[in-house]
Design a protein around this ligand. Structure first.
Ligand code: ADP
Length: 417
């Protein structure tokens, strides 16, 4: 499980990259918008210059003013003509030039009336439809006393944005992706919190159960010592109580050592000795027949740096599983050998086997191969997780080779230093 610190770093990095993506997208959008606006301005200036030229040609005036187009605000332009402007003629030429320069913005225009020295409303153009309304638009006058007209584009921002279809589409896509990631992130955080709660609960429960179990064991010993030797029935029962409470305690220790982390108490030992002890105990306790079990341990004299308690527990977990999942076809084989500086231990059975898609997952915490709701064999799903963690703590590896219906072989390899 990832630590709180790693998770916090992950959150910060994710936040930074999200911020980075949004910032980049905004900068791109702004640049694209400015480029579009510049392009629009360029085309509009050219179109309006052509309108001036057209009007003057129509009036048969030869002198064309230099730089007739002035941008007053973002969407308001003044165009000097310095000659009489007929509204109908202006209207015609604006439409003609806008068509030629592909300008399809809505616009309103006004013409400066030299007789009463004020701008009068000229017209409004919206998608091929002329709407006359004197009150809708305000045309601030320009400091010029000659003939000129002004143009106002009310929807210029909207128009430019609609021209940026691809950018808007990309931004929506980025937004969607970010929303998706944020959602997944929230789900992960929730899952992590749940898993922390679960871990705390297991820890607390295991601690709570440990003390009464010890008391039960001690009480059974007490009863054992205080009864007369003839009372063999009670002795049998106290024996069962002690054995079962020891088993439960062992399970609890396994859970606790996995949850809280273990400190290995390593010694230099012959692994075959430990395997042999484990096998003998297994054969005795499980009453395995000689034809159901065989072991073939190597003769090499080797010593490994092992924690004897945990290494024995690894062996008995594998042996327990071999018998548990063999059901009625018990045929178990334990082999050890030395190969390329590695001590190799294998435990094989001819049991139900594990299908390929579960062979990696069985080493996960609490994972059990699903059999609907009726598991024939009961368990917690921590045996192999424990094996994996402990083998890893010893610097080794564990893996399985198995075929459904034919059996499984679990391998452990430990480096010989
Ligand atoms: P448990 O045995 O308590 O369920 P384990 O971690 O020991 O937990 O095993 C996880 C799962 O791997 C088991 O539920 C079982 O489905 C599968 N498994 C383990 N050992 C064997 C085996 N020798 N043969 C077949 N399946 C096995």
């Amino acid at each position: 499980m990832i630590s709180r610190r790693t998770f916090r770093i992950f959150i910060i990095l994710a936040g930074l990259s999200f911020g980075g993506v949004i910032l980049t997208q905004l900068i791109w959008m702004r640049n694209a918008y400015s480029e579009k606006k510049e392009e629009f301005n360029r085309q509009l200036t050219l179109a309006l210059q052509e309108v001036v030229r057209d009007i003057l040609q129509y009036n048969t005036t030869k002198t064309i003013p230099a730089n007739p187009v002035t941008q007053l605000t973002e969407n308001y332009y003044a165009v000097m003509v310095n000659d009489l402007i007929d509204p109908a003629v202006l209207d015609h030429f604006i439409q003609k030039e806008f068509l030629r320069f592909h300008i399809d913005e809505d616009y309103a225009y006004s013409i400066y009336d030299c007789s009463n020295r004020q701008l009068v409303y000229g017209g409004y153009y919206q998608h091929n439809l002329q709407v006359e309304s004197k009150d809708t638009y305000k045309f601030p006058p320009v400091k010029a006393d000659n003939y000129y007209f002004t143009m106002y584009f009310p929807n210029i921002k909207l128009g430019l944005f609609s021209d940026m279809g691809l950018w808007v589409y990309l931004s929506l896509l980025v937004f969607l992706l970010l929303s998706f990631f944020t959602y997944s992130f929230l789900v992960i955080t929730k899952q992590k919190r749940l898993s922390e709660i679960q871990r705390d609960f297991i820890n607390n429960m295991a601690h709570e159960i440990r003390t009464p179990l010890t008391t039960i064991g001690l009480s059974a010993t007490g009863i054992d010592q205080s009864i007369s030797p003839e009372n063999s029935k009670v002795k049998i029962y106290t024996g069962i109580i002690k054995e079962e409470s020891e088993k439960l305690k062992l399970q609890l220790e396994k859970i606790l050592s996995l949850e809280e982390g273990v400190e290995l108490k390593k010694e230099w030992l012959d692994p075959n000795e430990l395997v042999k002890n484990c096998v003998d105990r297994f054969v005795l306790l499980r009453s395995v027949q000689t034809d159901q079990f065989s072991s073939n341990l190597c003769n090499e004299n080797i010593e490994l740096n092992l924690d004897p308690m945990h290494f024995s527990q690894i062996c008995s977990n594998l042996l327990d599983n071999a018998i548990k999942y063999s059901l009625d076809k018990v045929k178990i084989e334990v082999i050890s050998k030395v190969k390329d500086d590695f001590y190799l231990l294998s435990v094989s059975d001819k049991g139900q086997g594990i299908s390929a898609n579960y062979q990696k997952k069985i080493f996960d915490r609490f994972f059990r191969v699903p059999f609907g709701n009726n598991h024939q064999v009961k368990g917690f799903g921590i045996g192999l997780y424990y094996v994996k963690q402990m083998v890893k703590a010893h610097g080794g590896k564990v893996w399985v080779e198995s075929k459904v219906g034919e059996g499984s072989t679990f391998f452990i390899s430990l480096p010989i230093q």
